[in-house]
Unconditional design. Structure first.
Length: 394
């Protein structure tokens, strides 16, 4: 694990050094800053390397690009973890998987083996990953569109059209602004969407039937990405919350499991006193989305299932700690979600994708009380159910 992390760090460092060198020698070219002629755009390449939740938030931007260039061939360069998401968001012709470790030599090898012909238009949806910028330059695209931010100042010299990545704008709107830069017009449809197959819907129905799950049911997702364990709310509090949802509100509870996160779900289930159903991590992405779609509400810390819920129209109670909810809140109408967070002088502490060392053990997320989350659930359910009375345990 350590050697793999070191390799990735060295690869990123190498890509960053190459990008800085290229930015130093590049000269302004004729046509820089001009939106391409739509009639002449035949090939579009989009790069998005990380992460699953961010990929889900690209839906409106991808639809805008497809609508503006209906006859162009769109190729998405991404990683194995997110490759299955893009065909569910918009009509794309090709999805090519790149390895997670992306240094200059690895990029050249991958592009030499599988890259499409020289693209007319290239979109880089990574604000600060130098590997993504290097890919944009090596494809030789006629027009390159990308973000500029403090972590990647060289992008201003290497892209033809640049959009400032702002920390006070939701990621959906930032991605849409990038898409609009390359099409030269506004796109008003900002709703998240996610296609689910009929077979995946049937699998979810069968799971509910086999476990005698009756609605209304609340889904709990206690996990997080392995890279962001500091976002997690403690398992014992999820268990206390689940018991109260069953006992005081008469709800069913599903404990959702992410890939490789069975231990976290088991911890929650093992500390509960009331009945709950654990959804195992073996379900595919689409099947999990279908299960979330059938929940009356989803409770979780900031993670990719939050954006799955927003994409399928499931209300969300989201717990935020080190990450700014302005950037990553559930992209739903205001009546469809609640944010629970602890206001501390040091939070949010994640800026431009980088978390600062925490001297107080991420108290921002760990200090959120069960009562606060329970009240948020009750409030959101009452607004969606018209204030119906609830059952109580004796």
């Amino acid at each position: 694990m350590f050697s793999h992390t070191l390799l990735r760090w060295l690869d990123q460092l190498g890509a960053a050094l190459v990008c800085r060198a290229m930015a130093f020698v590049v000269r302004d070219s004729k046509g820089r800053g001009l939106v391409p002629d739509r009639r002449k755009v035949e090939r579009i390449v989009i790069v998005k390397l990380c992460c699953l939740g961010d990929a889900l938030l690209m839906g409106p931007a991808l639809r805008a690009i497809r609508c503006a260039y209906p006859h162009a061939e769109i190729t998405v360069l991404t990683t194995a973890r997110t490759s299955g998401v893009f065909p569910r968001l918009a009509c794309v012709e090709r999805v090519l998987e790149l390895p997670l470790s992306l240094g200059p030599f690895e990029i050249l090898r991958c592009l030499g083996n599988s890259a499409p012909k020289r693209p007319d238009l290239f979109y880089c949806f990574e604000p600060w990953y130098p590997a993504a910028t290097l890919i944009a330059c090596l494809t030789g695209a006629r027009c390159k569109v990308g973000f500029v931010c403090p972590r990647a100042p060289y992008n201003r010299s290497l892209f033809d059209l640049v959009v400032a990545y702002e920390e006070d704008k939701h990621v959906v709107e930032a991605y849409l602004a990038l898409a609009e830069a390359g099409i030269g017009r506004r796109w008003l449809d900002k709703q998240l969407q996610l296609s689910i197959t009929a077979q995946e819907e049937q699998t979810a129905d069968r799971f509910f039937q086999e476990h005698l799950i009756e609605r209304p049911v609340v889904g709990l997702f206690p996990g997080s990405s392995p890279r962001w364990r500091q976002k997690r709310w403690p398992s014992d509090r999820f268990a206390l919350l689940a018991d109260r949802l069953v006992c005081e509100l008469g709800l069913g509870v599903l404990i959702l499991t992410g890939k490789g996160q069975e231990r976290v779900s088991s911890e929650v289930f093992g500390q509960m006193r009331q009945r709950a159903v654990v959804v195992p991590g073996q379900f595919s992405f689409g099947e999990l989305a279908a299960i979330i779609k059938r929940c009356s509400l989803l409770v979780l810390a900031d993670s990719s299932p939050m954006h799955i819920a927003a994409s399928v129209g499931t209300p969300v109670v989201a717990l935020f700690g080190p990450v700014n909810p302005t950037l990553y809140r559930p992209y739903l109408t205001s009546g469809m979600f609640r944010i629970v967070r602890r206001e501390l002088p040091c939070s949010p502490c994640v800026a431009f994708g980088k978390a600062l060392p925490c001297p107080i053990d991420f108290e921002c997320i760990r200090s959120i009380e069960v009562d606060e989350v329970f009240d948020a659930v009750r409030s959101l359910l009452a607004s969606s159910r018209g204030g119906q009375s609830v059952a109580r345990c004796t």
